[in-house]
Design a protein. Sequence first.
Length: 170
Amino acid sequence: MKVLGIDPGIERLGWAVIEGRPGEIKRIDSGVKRTSKTKPKETRLFEIQSFVESKILEAGPEILCLEKIIFAKNAKTAFVIGEVRGILLALAGKYGLKTKEFTPIEVKKTISGYGRADKEAVLKMLEKTSFGKNLRRRVRRLGYRLFGRYPQRHFAKELRPVIFKEDYKD
């Protein structure tokens, strides 16, 4: 099963494509899509839509995972991220993808066992896994909030039943 995980943002949109089956997961591709602050918002949103649509067509995921917004530092940020999420959810609908949403606290708790863990604690847990190679560089580049960068063993045991509840048979 292929999954496209996205950390939504208008300036930086983190993404990863993973493929998994019980007890096994591999990262297929990941990166950060950036848009220029100097361009109009509608142009930036269209760039994001086109980029994510191309990733969906290229990778053929069955599930789209997104970060839930719990709060934002200001209303303007919350609205813009909401617009990005709207585009992503519309694309999921267009291509018939299941959607799963997670809060940063849920992700941190799954990785480190503590939902309010800081970035260092999350990194330390991830470095102990097979995903630990070049991890700090990848985390700086991508962010660590979506499961596309989660460790194989921990994902298989802990997060997989949450993401694939209806698909997962123990």
